[in-house]
Design a protein around this ligand. Sequence first.
Ligand code: SF4
Length: 239
Amino acid sequence: MPVLEKVIDEVPVAGIQKLTLIDFPDHIAAVLFTSGCPWECRYCHNPDLRCYCSNPHISWNSIKDFLKSRKGYLDGIVISGGEPTFHSSLPELLKCIREIGYKTAIHTNGFYPHMLQMIIEKGLVDYIAMDIKGPPRAYDRITQCQGTCFPVSKSINMIISSGIKYEFRTTYHPSVLSEEELIDVMEAISCAGCKRYFLQQFQKKGVRDEELVKNYKIYRLPESAVKLGKDLFPEFGIR
Ligand code: SF4
């Protein structure tokens, strides 16, 4: 196998969504889902993708065939997960996708700012969507992982100052994040300079946490947060 293909195959793509109109604004896109994420958010709706090894991986040759077959129909490719920036060969994957002629977007939790910096500096990404799980004091609790807050803060500042289009978004479930914490995170991200922000309602599809699923209902987003979002952000939405 040629060296480059071997390197790209180190990014474990476990699934392809052939069409999305919402994950890459102003683009008709497909999504590649990578497996591997060190966090354990209770509301994760792709828990099968957390483990690097748990899914059969799609070869780069198959992905390349798919990408070439969709030229003219799609104009963007989103890399989601799992956590795409977990993988050291992500730059090579993005580079090859762009060489085929697509714009690229990534969805990230922001835990690997050095990788974000690399793909931004190399001009390998056109859109970054980053989750903000909560205010700094709540991060380790929500992600069930230690030491998450500092790298995430670095990523937020880097994305905002990068000149690349971006969005930040926070998922709300009252058993995971309090209204007060939600307000705090919105104020903090606004102070950091964020212009495009979304509140996301909890969805039970795929979620393994029994307590969250058992008590599932459509939780209304706190009115205080919706009002604040409209006041703080030039671009604000609810999903
Ligand atoms: S960061 Fe995303 S992929 Fe990782 S556990 Fe949390 S919700 Fe799931």
